[in-house]
Design a protein around this ligand. Structure first.
Ligand SMILES: [Fe+2]
Length: 216
């Protein structure tokens, strides 16, 4: 294999994801089958695929700061390699109307999930960043190396990632954020009754999302 071409398993993942993206855009009947093919290919990928690929090898060696590498991006489909150093957190954020497949390629991380008590109120409000929002009880799950998970486009999918020992995660995101449908970040302010948390929300910008968040 010509090393300048990169790892063929990554190339194949991109091709399958492009097909699934086309289907999702047109809401075609074969979407579930094509997404299952992307998921199956994602299961075949390992950290070695990226270590052996000259496009990503250097970033993987210098994994002392938070870093993101764009594997593919056409505006609708975005495939991103996320490198978490030790004791690093990516804050609570949403994926409105997006389908996301995630694989932990290396290490492990804690996934914190929650949802808005009244999502339609938040997303339907043009002044959504001025009022407090209510979040459901937070659920934490340990995600181990090799695990693949999926976020569904019919839910806003609020989550945060924390890596205690460092990890590398690959995200395949369909229906990526737009200016009209931006990423929002949520900051817990105060705990209310029955596990509900009052929070403030802020819009994410491209620069903001690429920031090094540091350890917690
Ligand atoms: Fe996310």
């Amino acid at each position: 294999m010509d090393p300048s071409l990169g790892d063929s398993r990554i190339t194949h993942l991109v091709r399958l994801a492009q097909k699934a993206a086309e289907s999702l855009r047109g809401d075609a009947a074969d979407t579930p089958e094509l997404l299952a093919q992307v998921e199956a290919q994602l299961r075949l990928l390992s950290i070695e695929c990226f270590e052996n690929d000259p496009r990503f090898a250097e970033a993987l060696v210098n994994n002392s700061d938070f870093d993101q590498c764009q594997v593919y991006d056409d505006g609708y489909l975005a495939i991103t390699l996320m490198l978490f150093p030790k004791a690093h957190s990516y804050p609570l954020h949403d994926h409105p109307q997006m389908t996301v497949l995630t694989k932990v390629l290396h290490g492990r991380c804690v996934l914190t999930e929650t949802s808005l008590v009244t999502p339609e109120q938040f997303y339907g409000n043009p002044d959504r960043y001025t009022d407090f929002v209510r979040l459901q009880r937070f659920e934490e799950t340990l995600k181990l190396e090799g695990e693949v998970s999926r976020l569904d486009r019919h839910s806003p999918n609020l989550h945060a990632l924390t890596s205690d020992q460092g990890c590398v995660v690959l995200d395949v995101m369909f229906n990526y954020y737009t200016e009209e449908r931006p990423c929002s970040f949520f900051y817990a302010e105060e705990e209310g009754p029955e596990g509900v948390v009052w929070a403030t929300a802020r819009p994410g910008t491209a620069e903001f999302m690429a920031l090094d968040w540091g350890g917690h």
